[in-house]
Structure formats: structure tokens, C-alpha cells
Design a binder for this molecule. Structure first.
Ligand code: SF4
Length: 446
């Protein structure tokens, strides 16, 4: 497949961001104005700064060793919150997520002020989930106290790998003691919903280091774990060239790493969820999966009931009934728009009823490993015959990757490594030129 293999979508959105094109701020403003009052919405805040660059990083972030640019950015972000809040009116909020970059780079006081402004512009529901992505190296006891006082009730710690040699190879060194300190602060502050983010497929990782990382993870016993495959795209993320590609595991080893980690976590009492998540019994994502409420969104899998998410900050993407909207990723352009009192949206995609129906089909398949596409089309009142898709599903049944019960299709254990490839058969924007079985066998990644 050459140096630049086609990467199968993870379907954290549908249509995917690859389909985005120019979007006018005035159209987005109309979408915001038209949001219904009777449904809660979700807010995402992007903090695009980190103190040190991890060489595996695939996020939109900037390295800053000074707080000046961070404070300037927060001033602009505050202007955006007031501007958007003025357009939407005081909407009810069921979920808030701070991502980055490193949200932990902002001080306790800055975080408290930001959340106060969010509360002035929106009605944060008493049972709202408020989540923050944590870089343990820039977190502190003071910041954790500020999170708790502002209502934060879930944190995701960027762990990646506990092995020191791997940490050196990826330029992200953080001791076990630091993780223990972070967890103590969260416990003392009453924040008990703890996620660990782990990554496999990075340089210097072996089956032994994966087993070590999963074992230490179990010692800390977070309620939820995300186990992502490292995406090596040095032609897009130039800094990934800092890692010696000869130390990257081969595809078969990547797959073995995932399977080992998955097996071990399940032995430790975690239940596998979807593509790459694991949770202890009682975790809200697991409950949502069991009740059929889990879905795909930009955070991966989510139990968030809101169908609308507004994105704030440079590069942030929102998902509204009218479509997707992405703010300018250019900090200067983002700031200048807001200085002029303009909404900083640049790109996006208007969606139609068929897109929304197909999003539901793909999200259901990615969440439950099973789908009845005809039933979903009927529920959406969309007239679509699934003729090509039905033929592909039958091919998958014939090779044992799916089973069939009436018009409902379920991915078998043999088909589970090919979940993303199987989902592409419903993607109306994905080039369907290759045979679906070939796509599973040749394009799936560990
Ligand atoms: S802390 Fe996260 S966002 Fe920042 S460089 Fe590392 S991986 Fe990227």
C-alpha cells in the first residue's frame, strides 16, 4: 500500500471531516439560532497548548512555555462563549468536555473564571457530565480542587504507556508516582470517574511492555480505559519523524498487542466496549451500551444524550442538526474573527436526512456490533433500499464475518477486527470500488 496507506475512518463523525468544505459563518449562525429549546446540548472547549511536544501527538496543539499566549487565547475564547451564548440564548447543557492540547495548562483561577462564564451564558444541568482531559505532568492539587468546585465529575488521564523506555521513545516521561499523586488529588476532591487513555503500536512497545502497562493500569483501577492504536502519519504530523520508524511494531504485532491488552483487561474484570474502550461494571458508558444509548461522537464513544454539540476554540468542531461546523485552526485568524465580533467558523458540511440516517446506521454498528439498517431508515422516515449495502452484508455473512437474523446483521468474533472496514460499506462518501472482503483483509489496521 506504499508509504501513505488509506486509513479507514474511525467514524467519530459521519460524514467524516474529510468531506468538509468552506462554510459561511452566517449559515452556522442560522443553525445556532434554530436550535430547539426542549433538548439539552453539549459543549466542547479546545485548549490548544502544551508545555512539551509528545512525538506521537496527532492533536491540534502548540507548544508554549509561557502563560502569555495562553491568557490571550482564553480572552478570545471568552469572547466566543459570550458571542455564541448571545445567539443561542440560554440553552440547557447536559455535557461539557475540555480537550486539547492540554486543558491542564490553564491555571486553577483561569479554569474557574472560564466555567463561571459558561454558567452565565448557559444553563448547566445539575446532573451534567463535565469532563477534562488531564496531562498528569501539568496537573496540580490546586487545579483539581478548582475542577471539583466547578462541577467537573470525570477526568481522562493521558497515560499512553508506563514503560520508561517507551516513554523516552515518545518524549513523554511521567513516573508512576506522578500518576498516583494525580489519582490521590482526584479522590480527595471527590472526582471518582477516572478514564485512562492508553496507546498501542508506538516505538519500543512490545508485548511485554503492553502487559506491564495493562498490569499497572489495573493496579490503579480506573473505571474506564480507552486503548487507541497509534496513527503514524509523519507526512501530516512532521514531528512524528522524531521517532525512529524502525522501532515501530509491524501490523501483525500491533494486532497482537491489542489482543493481549484486550484479553488481560477482560481477565481483570473490565468489559470490552465497541472498537477500543473497556469499563468496569457500573461505568456510565457500559450502562449506556447495555441500554442501547451509546453512540459515536468526537470523543469516541459517548453516553451523552445530547444530539447537538457546540465547539469552542481554534479548530473545534461542532455537530448541529443542520450540519458540522469547524472553527479556524489558525490561531491568528480565529482571534481576528472574534476581535471583529464575528463567528470564527471556516469549514463544515450541511447534512441532509439521508446523512443523518446513515450516521445512525454507522453509529449503531460501531457501538453495538449489530445493525438493522432497514429499521433505522424506517425510523428516520428515509426511503432507501440498501441494495448495494445488502449485497455486501450477504458477502460478509458468507465468509463468517457477520451473522444474520431477519434484516438484522451482527458482526461475529471473526469479523470484529474488521469493524471499521465493515462500517465503510454504509459510507456514501467512501470510494466503494474495492470488494468489501478485500477491504476487510487488506485495509484493516490493528
Ligand atoms: S500532551 Fe497531548 S496534545 Fe499535548 S503534545 Fe502530548 S499528546 Fe499532544
Amino acid at each position: 500500500m506504499g508509504d501513505k496507506p488509506r486509513r479507514l475512518p474511525r467514524y467519530t463523525s459521519y460524514p467524516t471531516a474529510l468531506e468538509f468544505s468552506d462554510l459561511s459563518p452566517s449559515l452556522y449562525q442560522d443553525w445556532l439560532r434554530d436550535l430547539p429549546d426542549d433538548q439539552p446540548i453539549s459543549l466542547y472547549f479546545h485548549i490548544p497548548f502544551c508545555e512539551k511536544l509528545c512525538w506521537f501527538c496527532g492533536c491540534f496543539t502548540k507548544i508554549s512555555n509561557s502563560m502569555e499566549p495562553v491568557q490571550r487565547y482564553l480572552d478570545v475564547l471568552r469572547a466566543e462563549i459570550s458571542l455564541i451564548g448571545g445567539v443561542t440564548g440560554r440553552k440547557r447543557i447536559s455535557h461539557i468536555h475540555f480537550g486539547g492540547g492540554s486543558p491542564t495548562i490553564i491555571s486553577a483561577e483561569q479554569f474557574t473564571d472560564l466555567m463561571a462564564l459558561v454558567g452565565e451564558n448557559f444553563d448547566i444541568l445539575p446532573d451534567a457530565e463535565i469532563a477534562v482531559e488531564i496531562d498528569p505532568r501539568t496537573c496540580s492539587e490546586d487545579k483539581v480542587k478548582a475542577y471539583a468546585a466547578s462541577g467537573v465529575n470525570r477526568v481522562s488521564l493521558g497515560i499512553q504507556d508506563f514503560n520508561p523506555a517507551v516513554q523516552e521513545a515518545i518524549n513523554r516521561v511521567q513516573s508512576d508516582q506522578l500518576i498516583a499523586d494525580n489519582l490521590r488529588w482526584f479522590k480527595q476532591a471527590g472526582i471518582t470517574n477516572i478514564n485512562f487513555d492508553l496507546i498501542y503500536g508506538m516505538p519500543r512497545q512490545t508485548l511485554e511492555t503492553i502487559e506491564e502497562t495493562v498490569g499497572k493500569t489495573n493496579d490503579f483501577r480506573p473505571s474506564r480505559i480507552a486503548l487507541f492504536g497509534y496513527a503514524h502519519v509523519p507526512w501530516i504530523k512532521k514531528h512524528q519523524q522524531m521517532m525512529d520508524k524502525h522501532h515501530l511494531p509491524e501490523q501483525a504485532e500491533r494486532q497482537a498487542m491489542f489482543e493481549l491488552a484486550s484479553t488481560k483487561l477482560q481477565e481483570f474484570g473490565y468489559q470490552a466496549i465497541g472498537l477500543d474502550h473497556f469499563a468496569l461494571p457500573g461505568d456510565s458508558l457500559l450502562v449506556a451500551r447495555e441500554e442501547g444509548r451509546m453512540k459515536r461522537n468526537f470523543q469516541g464513544y459517548s453516553a451523552d444524550p445530547a444530539t447537538t454539540m457546540i465547539g469552542f476554540g481554534a479548530s473545534a468542531i461542532g455537530s448541529l442538526p443542520g450540519g458540522y461546523a469547524q472553527n479556524s485552526p489558525d490561531l491568528k485568524a480565529y482571534s481576528e474573527s472574534l476581535a471583529d465580533g464575528e463567528i470564527p467558523v471556516r469549514r463544515g458540511l450541511m447534512v441532509d436526512a439521508q446523512d443523518l440516517m446513515m450516521r445512525d446506521v454507522i453509529s449503531t454498528l460501531m457501538s453495538n456490533f449489530a445493525v438493522d439498517p432497514w429499521a433505522i431508515a424506517r425510523a428516520h422516515k428515509v426511503d432507501y433500499d440498501f441494495e448495494r449495502e445488502g449485497a455486501d452484508l450477504e458477502s460478509l455473512v458468507a465468509v463468517g464475518y457477520m451473522s444474520k437474523d431477519g434484516t438484522s446483521y451482527r458482526i461475529t468474533e471473526a469479523g470484529q477486527p474488521y469493524l471499521r472496514a465493515i462500517a465503510t460499506l454504509f459510507d456514501q462518501y467512501f470510494p466503494q470500488g474495492t470488494d468489501i472482503i478485500d477491504r476487510c483483509v487488506h485495509e484493516s489496521e490493528g
